[in-house]
Design a binder for this molecule. Structure first.
Ligand SMILES: [Zn+2]
Length: 232
């Protein structure tokens, strides 16, 4: 299984690796900094340099238990040592959107305890967080203010690993099924509710720069709050 270096450091943009499988239009590496699309976050793009040429990576997906890096594969590069570089701007933009989604969900849940977050979609231009809800009106002015304040003040984020029993003893009952014995990865922004997540996050909310709530709507007991991260 490919070692997922993107889980260890959001700001690692370059690494050496070895090709361990060469498909028709994809390669698999022994370790990777490329984030495979999932969890509401887009994949990383970038390039992989081989001794005989460069592969532009235009998509990265988790398929059949493999992280597949898609590009033009012209020859059998199995076991070749390579240099991988991801698109820095794209990674950081995705991390800004993704971290904003967490922060916004945390703030809304903190202000409206009856709301349960159900989904976060953090693609630039189409980002939103969704909640199961029971009321038809939510005043988001307080949320807007807190979002501005938390970004401006700068809250540190932390990543830790924990197993289900310990997590539920310390925090809350997990809504989804997870393996009892296996540790899973959790993101926590300052003292907000920790959330299990395998995405790439910023170290501090200040790095978001600026974010706005674009609109909100309620349909079939789902509150959808759309947001945008603004250019730095
Ligand atoms: Zn996350």
């Amino acid at each position: 299984m490919t070692k997922m270096l993107y889980l260890e450091d959001t700001y690692r943009f370059e690494t050496k690796a070895k090709i361990v499988k060469c498909g028709e239009d994809y390669i698999v590496l022994d370790q990777t900094i490329f984030y495979p699309q999932g969890g509401g976050q887009p994949f990383d793009c970038g390039k992989i340099e081989t001794p005989n040429g460069e592969i532009q990576i235009h998509a990265v997906r988790f398929i059949d238990n493999e992280i597949r890096h898609f590009g033009s594969i012209n020859e059998d590069w199995d076991q070749t040592k390579v240099l991988c570089t991801i698109d820095r701007e794209r990674r950081l933009l995705n991390a800004r959107y993704h971290t904003t989604g967490h922060l916004l969900a945390n703030i809304i849940e903190n202000i409206y305890a009856s709301l349960t977050p159900t989904k976060c979609h953090a693609f630039p231009g189409e980002s939103y967080v969704e909640f199961q809800c029971d009321s038809t009106t939510y005043d988001l002015e307080g949320v807007r203010k807190r979002l501005d304040d938390d970004i401006h003040t700068g809250l540190a984020t932390k990543i830790f690993e924990i197993n289900r029993n310990l997590f539920e003893k310390k925090y809350y009952k997990l809504p989804c099924a997870v393996d009892d014995d296996k540790d899973f990865r959790v993101l926590q922004i300052a003292d907000y509710k920790p959330i299990p997540c395998g995405g790439t996050h910023l170290n501090n909310t200040q790095e978001i720069g600026s974010a706005i709530i674009k609109k909100s709507k309620i349909k079939n007991n789902i509150l959808k709050v759309s947001y945008e991260v603004q250019s730095l």
